[in-house]
Design a protein around this ligand. Structure first.
Ligand SMILES: NC(=O)c1ccc[n+]([C@@H]2O[C@H](COP(=O)([O-])OP(=O)(O)OC[C@H]3O[C@@H](n4cnc5c(N)ncnc54)[C@H](OP(=O)(O)O)[C@@H]3O)[C@@H](O)[C@H]2O)c1
Length: 308
């Protein structure tokens, strides 16, 4: 089985590649950065220039499945220009892939799995969101993810097994949410965001990597929540991390209005609550390595001062 991965040089992409090679998949990947074409060992890198509508068609040779992870970072300063880029960086790569698939005449591509995000769900402190929740996008994130998913799922016209994974907060020692949470702790502070009672639906990096490959093996289509079975409150995350740190920290509460002053509209990413169900992926047979935050954070911190 050969897979083609976009966004392979990012946090999730690197983990997917590691897992794929362990499971004896062959891996091709696309990057916009020519210096990264030979950067990942045991894989073949290919160049694409999304802005110029260029894709190296050789990337599709012998490919059976595509994993799409390409997209501009969301937690950056939001301006009219950057918001447009955040959306287009998720739409245009898919258009270019479709164009490339058609031009390459490769008929063996049966599966397309794209990243999506739980940010599609509206903030709610009570609901337990399943994939059936009717989308009614209101804010920038919800609208972006909604349009990204719509574009991803349109690929089913060309590839029979097309699905999206609505990814939660990815816990990793290398980057992302945990690194941001960890940073103030170096100075003796943990930050409680608002009430701290917002649900955080997380997933360990090893599980999200395995899940993409699991979905490929499933010959399935549709939408899956990609979160661990036990979401927790933001303030509970802090408490679990504190137990694992040798250097203790005090918890400081930043009220919602301060977060809104500091981050403007982006504060919604920090304050919003999404309790998301993993029932569908569990019933499909996926076995989590990390079902509980305690175990996941144990693995990442290993009772050290820093992420290990
Ligand atoms: N990490 C999370 O907690 C999380 C949660 C929910 C959803 N997701 C989604 O999952 C996907 C992968 O996440 P990640 O954390 O691995 O992201 P990441 O580390 O930021 O990597 C994304 C990759 O996408 C490519 N990329 C960046 N800007 C681009 C642009 N303007 N146009 C086309 N490609 C671009 C880059 O690859 P090249 O430079 O090699 O081209 C980059 O390595 C993203 O779409 C993200 O929104 C992530």
């Amino acid at each position: 089985m050969k897979i083609l991965i976009t966004g392979a040089t990012g946090l999730i992409g690197k983990a997917v590649i590691k897992s794929a090679l362990n499971q004896n998949f062959k891996v091709n990947y696309l990057t916009r950065d020519k210096s990264k074409i030979k950067s990942i060992i045991d894989c073949k890198g290919f160049y694409w220039d999304i802005k110029k509508d260029y894709i190296d068609l050789k990337c599709f040779e012998g490919v059976n499945a595509i994993i799409n992870l390409a997209g501009e970072k969301i937690f950056q300063k939001w301006t009219k220009k950057s918001k447009k880029e955040i959306l287009l960086s998720r739409i245009k790569p898919i258009d270019l892939l479709i164009k490339g698939i058609k031009l390459s005449n490769q008929t063996g591509i049966r599966t397309f799995v794209s990243a999506s995000a739980i940010g599609i769900y509206q903030s709610d402190f009570e609901k337990n969101y399943t994939e059936n929740e009717t989308e009614n996008p209101q804010n920038f994130i919800q609208k972006t993810v909604y349009n990204w998913e719509k574009k991803s799922l349109s690929v089913r016209k060309f590839i029979p097994y097309t699905s999206v994974l609505r990814i939660g907060l990815v816990l990793s020692k290398n980057n992302g949410y945990l690194k941001e949470t960890d940073y103030p702790m170096k100075f003796g502070f943990g930050i409680q965001l608002g009430s701290g009672n917002q649900w955080q639906s997380w997933i360990h990096i090893d599980d999200i990597a395995n899940m993409f490959l699991f979905i490929i093996g499933l010959d399935t289509k549709g939408i899956y929540n990609a979160v661990a079975p036990k979401p927790i409150f933001q303030k509970s995350f802090l408490k679990i991390i504190r137990k694992r740190k040798l250097r203790k920290f005090i918890i400081i509460k930043l009220h919602n209005f301060i977060l809104r002053v500091l981050f403007g509209e982006r504060a919604s990413i920090l304050i919003d609550s999404q309790r998301v169900s993993s029932k569908k992926i569990l019933e499909s047979g996926y076995k989590f390595i990390y079902e509980e935050a305690d175990k996941a954070l144990n693995n990442l911190y290993k009772r050290d001062d820093n992420l290990t």
